[in-house]
Design a protein around this ligand. Sequence first.
Ligand SMILES: *Cc1c(COP(=O)(O)O)cnc(C)c1O
Length: 390
Amino acid sequence: MPERPEDICPRPETLPPQATAPLIAPIYLSSVYRCRDPRQAGAMLGGQTSGYVYRRDGHPNADLLARKCRQLHGAEQAVITASGMGALGLAILSQLRCGDHIVLSSLLYGRSMILLTEESARLGISHTIVDTCDLSATRAAIRGNTRLVVVETITNPCLRVSDLGSLAEITRDSDAALLVDNSFASPIVCRPIDFGADLVTESLTKFINGHSDLVLGLLCGSTKVWERVPTTLSSWGIGSSPMDCYLASRGLSTLALRVKTASGNAMLVAEWLRGQKEIAQVHYPGLSDHPDHQLARRQFGDLFGAVVTFTLRGGQKAAEAFIGAAENIPFCPSLGEASTTLSHPASTSHRGLSEDHRRELQIDGGTIRLSVGIESADWITASLSQGLSL
Ligand SMILES: *Cc1c(COP(=O)(O)O)cnc(C)c1O
């Protein structure tokens, strides 16, 4: 029988034989995989043998990216999630159950705070918010049913540094695991697992991808807390897209170069900002007057990250003038891009807080958060000078 177009067109291809392997991994968009026979399908779905069956459970581009992230963090296990928030959600859903309690740093990223308070409370998970820079207060907040202590390596926007080694020691004496959101540091500046963290999340959207063209997250950690992670990831559908994983792998190939260059620039920019009379305060853990400078030195070595926050003397008006005049530096409320960008916490990340609460966090209308990029330090300071109309 001659083949008809309607029989040819929809038929899946068989791959051509290849004598060579591509240098760069292909993008595996397939939502499903062909199984050889029912025995093989059953063994893979049952987890007795490895292999791909259905994309929500796992796919090669996620595994390739996860493997590099796992190596960078020195972790036993790692998975890629649909976003940084997805990674935190996966940690909650895989580690906790109704009746459990969590201890949270008072300085967590705004959306994390909502997830870990409002959203988690709806699942019957209670919380205590503490200043996790105060180690005895943190120890006192841990109860018999505390299962997780959540902190960030470097906080937004005033860049307080968590003492990960001491926090790990505190949680080790309890039934709680230590979860560290490392998004502001990246594994180039800090590997929380080296200090005893059990779980690490990262927004790959930020430094690891570094090119502002995707949203993805990472959860990594130790085998002893990993049992439910694969099932939870697939059941709640928080997995990643192959295209995004491919792009993030490409971004990650220059991660070390970018973070080292940007952190070096950030140090120079912080020192330069400190010399400007229009600026009341500069927050950067690399500066010796930062409250956590000594801790940062011990924990990070000589890279202090690429985020620098400063407060203009003239308040909101001065910030508006600065943002208008600094034409080279886009105002966009994210961080970790290749280019230098700025954000204004009072109108973006911290707009939901009362003015008193913002003052407590050392944020006012004149506070600007810079994410320093990989341009030359001279170009960045010239662009900042433009903002200050120097
Ligand atoms: C951006 C960010 C997140 C959330 O990551 P998404 O990829 O945007 O979901 C979580 N924590 C911190 C510290 C972040 O900066």
